[in-house]
Design a protein around this ligand. Structure first.
Ligand SMILES: NC(=O)c1ccc[n+]([C@@H]2O[C@H](COP(=O)([O-])OP(=O)(O)OC[C@H]3O[C@@H](n4cnc5c(N)ncnc54)[C@H](OP(=O)(O)O)[C@@H]3O)[C@@H](O)[C@H]2O)c1
Length: 503
């Protein structure tokens, strides 16, 4: 893979949680793996005054904590890439000094005027900061933004973190604000789930093999389950979570990305344009339930108290009358030929029985069960592909075999590929490879404007007033350590199906 261009990665929100826990550790990993251009540097920006060295010392603690096999000598090399600038990035008076600092760094480090901005600040600062970046003249795609090395062509790109809007209207507004400053080709809407190995491997499994794709449709697949379950609570940021909930936090963003990879048509070539076009198409073909159908297409819940922590609506920072869901399950249908009649059930929640992100592809039973009078053959389909994305990275394919011995007894068996065992590699933080992709100008694993707005349109019925009936009786409607409210089981039971809740 060609080494990416040198650039200055400008992280707005440098002292925050995301930058400290994920972004800087992931850049350290990329440095150790030789994925950063030798001239690439990182400029952290936040309002708190501190020196380069103070910031380096702060983030070193995080890197040492987050990264397996932390190497102090590699850290010394990497730390030379880290620089810090104190300023309020939402205010115009920050920019003359920031511009001067960027020019000085570009000249001394040889970054050719390439700038990669990363928005790691609160969502309400995205638009003001983008406006200031633009007003300061930092974005002149294809031209020079300061007088360094006039012969070279530079680029300026921006990575935008979720939440990408709060609903369909605010997402469109943010897209317009970004579009006033950056070309769509320069906007990288990041979803770190697309940096996960098994999510990308799903595309290879589907499209590099011939044995799955012919079966990958309504004729052979009964239904698909996509689960992102957490055992943890909502953490300290209760007020933030209460404005968000499981649908916004997980389903509209991360799980719809997985959904798109499972359901989309094969792109003609693995290029950003082709992959993104297919993702846009599949999200656009999600059937939107009518107001009357919403309650029957979803199950929403809030965890009850567990003796250690109160129920969700009893937590400090949460309104006692809050109906924000800490658990959501929705049923998705596609209005297209491939998936007509095959539902996709998507669920996510806090304080559930296990930490797990996975896709279950349940195949239909054979058309005729010739073993129906023999033991071990239930007539239910044994065929199921489970793609475990986290914490384990595994593919499991289940099928029936004959049990050894006299007579014909059937039994389910699983064939498993465990990534850690097979490839002997430790997983890297998903942000790293994605940020490196942005440095290379590869948008394949980033979301397009239309796709984001389409995903919001698809979940709005489960969020706005149409979901009122589904939110009735939500308070404490599931026990901590369970798999969510009874209504989630009912959602599948109505269709004669059950969730895979195996350990
Ligand atoms: N944390 C995660 O795991 C995570 C995951 C997914 C998405 N996100 C999203 O990523 C964004 C950042 O999250 P976070 O958890 O890192 O937030 P955070 O811990 O509150 O950090 C916010 C950062 O922004 C800086 N800041 C605030 N106002 C600023 C301004 N006007 N100019 C420059 N810097 C400013 C703060 O430092 P000063 O006070 O020094 O300015 C701080 O460094 C949010 O939109 C969040 O929703 C976070």
């Amino acid at each position: 893979m060609p080494l990416n261009d040198p650039c200055i990665l400008v992280i707005f929100g440098a002292s925050g949680d995301l930058a400290s826990r994920k972004l800087i550790p992931s850049m350290y990993e990329m440095h150790v793996m030789g994925q950063l251009h030798p001239s690439t540097v990182i400029l952290g920006v936040s309002r708190t005054q501190k020196s380069d060295d103070q910031w380096r010392d702060e983030v070193q603690l995080w890197v040492a904590k987050q990264v397996a096999n932390f190497d102090a000598s590699k850290w010394v090399e990497f730390a030379q890439r880290l620089h810090y600038f104190a300023g309020d990035a939402a205010k115009p008076d920050c920019y003359p000094a920031l511009d001067a600092r960027l020019c000085e760094m570009a000249e001394s480090k040889g970054t050719r005027g390439n700038l990669l901005f990363f928005m790691s600040v609160a969502e309400n600062l995205y638009e003001p900061i983008v406006e200031q970046i633009d007003a300061a003249g930092l974005v002149v795609e294809g031209k020079r933004w300061c007088s360094v090395d006039q012969s070279a062509k530079s680029w300026q790109r921006i990575i935008v973190e979720k939440p990408f809007g709060h609903d369909a209207v605010s997402a469109a507004s943010l897209n317009r604000a970004l579009g006033r400053a950056f070309e769509e080709e320069s906007i990288y809407r990041i979803d770190h789930y697309l940096g996960k190995e098994l999510v990308q491997s799903m595309l290879v499994l589907r499209f590099a093999n011939t044995i799955f794709e012919p079966l990958w449709n309504w004729q052979y697949i009964d239904h698909v389950q996509i689960t992102a379950a957490e055992t943890v609570s909502v953490g300290q940021r209760t007020a933030f979570y209460d404005q968000t909930g499981a649908i916004r936090d997980m389903i509209q963003s991360h799980l719809f990305q997985i959904l798109a990879f499972v359901a989309m048509e094969p792109p003609s070539l693995y290029t950003p344009e082709n992959v993104r076009a297919e993702k846009i198409k599949i999200i656009d073909s999600i059937s939107i339930p009518t107001a009357d159908e919403v309650a029957a297409h979803c199950a929403l819940g809030q965890f009850a108290g567990d003796g250690v922590e109160g129920a969700y609506n009893e937590l400090a920072g949460v309104s006692p009358t809050s109906t924000t869901e800490t658990f959501a399950a929705i049923k998705v249908h596609f209005d297209n030929w491939r998936w007509a009649g095959t539902p996709f059930y998507i669920r996510s929640g806090k304080k559930l029985a296990a930490k797990r992100t996975e896709v279950v592809v349940q195949f239909k039973p054979p058309a005729a069960n010739l073993f129906r009078k023999l033991p071990g053959f239930t007539g239910e389909s044994p065929n199921r592909l489970v793609i475990e994305i986290a914490p384990k990275e595994r593919f499991n394919l289940r099928f029936d075999v004959k049990v050894p011995g006299f007579g014909l007894h059937g039994a389910n068996v699983d064939m498993q590929l465990d990534y850690a065992d097979r490839f002997k590699t430790d997983p890297v933080e998903a942000y790293g490879p994605l940020i490196v992709d942005a440095m290379r100008g590869d948008q394949t694993l980033f979301k397009h404007r239309i796709e984001v707005e389409g995903a919001w349109n698809a979940v709005m019925p489960f969020l706005d007033e149409r979901s009122a009936k589904a939110r009735a009786g939500i308070h404490g409607n599931y026990a901590c350590g369970s798999w969510g409210p009874k209504s989630a089981d009912d959602l599948l039971a109505r269709d004669g199906r059950v969730w895979r809740n195996e350990p």
